[in-house]
Design a protein around this ligand. Structure first.
Ligand code: SF4
Length: 314
């Protein structure tokens, strides 16, 4: 993000593709609704127990998520509460870590030490703020914020690699502005659902190879990358091979319709590709296919008035 302006609601966004302050609320609502409709069912998303969430965060630091699930369940079967873990032999915790191939054993040591701290220094009750959580052994800013968000709904906007990729592509945010952009986007006081939702977007839809349409990304109508066809990102330095793809043309259609109340389809066709000829290979039939897909996705409405067929954003 460059040349940031202060929006009317105090948010800082700028650049051609950045959303107006008025667009922020629909973007927030669209993302949360998309997340609530469907998301990966990780068991730690079903709990607000800070101990269980801390265990999941520490395990996820070095281990693929599908292997974390059974390890997390076994760990909590064996040590269901922070008191149980604090009372455990450290060597047993380390042995568990090794057996389940969870990465560096010092993480098991730190986790055990953190449990001991919670029991001894906090009477067994987890602190609730990111700052206090960072006082626990091995708990850095990212993990502290994740626990504060997911256990207490009391965190800041998460900024990890996935979230940076989303912000870069969708809002043209660049280095130095990720924290402020992520914070401005997050609805105040809703860190639990918001961080889950935007991390899900980065993991499922806006992956290195983006799945904008397949995943029904809720931000397509606002997304800079989707509209320009440039899907590079900080961790994706070369363009994924979408040049000339249907996705790129869908993006152009959405961008053009965003600038017009409605457009007649041939006019639209000529604007999105120079070789558009109504009866040719890339003509009305091809364009109607794209528009129908966008219609099915709830993005575009086609008005077929016989002689004059028009399209507009819904
Ligand atoms: S439209 Fe595509 S590139 Fe844009 S945020 Fe969604 S998944 Fe990412």
């Amino acid at each position: 993000m460059t040349d940031a302006d202060e929006g009317s609601d105090g948010t800082a966004f700028a650049g051609d593709a950045s959303p107006s302050a008025a667009a922020l609320e629909p973007m927030r609502e669209a993302l949360v609704a998309w997340y609530e409709r469907d998301h990966r069912a990780f068991p730690w998303r079903e709990t607000d127990d800070p101990y269980a969430i801390l265990v999941s965060e520490v395990m996820s630091q070095q281990t693929q998520i599908d292997r974390v699930v059974p390890a997390w369940e076994s760990f909590l079967d064996r040590w269901p509460t922070v008191d149980d873990l604090a009372a455990a032999e450290r060597s047993d915790v380390v042995a568990f870590w090794s057996t389940h191939a969870l990465g560096y054993n010092n993480r098991a040591t730190y986790l055990h030490e953190a449990a001991t701290q919670v029991v001894d220094a906090y009477d067994g009750v987890f602190p609730k703020t990111p700052d206090e959580l960072q006082s626990l052994m091995g708990v850095g800013p990212y993990t502290a914020n994740a626990v504060a968000s997911f256990a207490f709904d009391n965190g800041d906007a998460v900024v990890d690699t996935n979230v940076k990729r989303v912000l870069y592509r969708a809002l043209d945010v660049t280095d130095g502005a990720y924290e402020s952009a992520a914070g401005a986007l997050m609805p105040a006081g809703e860190s639990r659902i918001w961080n889950n939702a935007i991390m899900e977007l980065g993991g499922v839809a806006c992956a290195k190879k983006p799945r904008c349409d397949e995943a029904g990304c809720p931000w397509r109508e606002w997304c800079h990358a989707y509209q320009t066809g440039d899907f590079t990102a900080p961790d994706v330095p070369t363009q994924p091979s979408f040049e000339g793809s249907r996705r790129q043309f869908r993006g152009r259609i959405v961008r053009l319709l965003g600038d017009h109340d409605e457009m007649e389809v041939d006019t639209l066709g000529h604007r999105i590709r120079v070789d558009y000829t109504p009866d040719g290979e890339y003509g009305r039939e091809w364009l109607r296919g794209l528009l129908s897909d966008l219609d099915d996705d709830g993005l575009v409405k086609i008005d077929d008035g016989g002689d004059r067929v028009t399209a507009r954003l819904r």
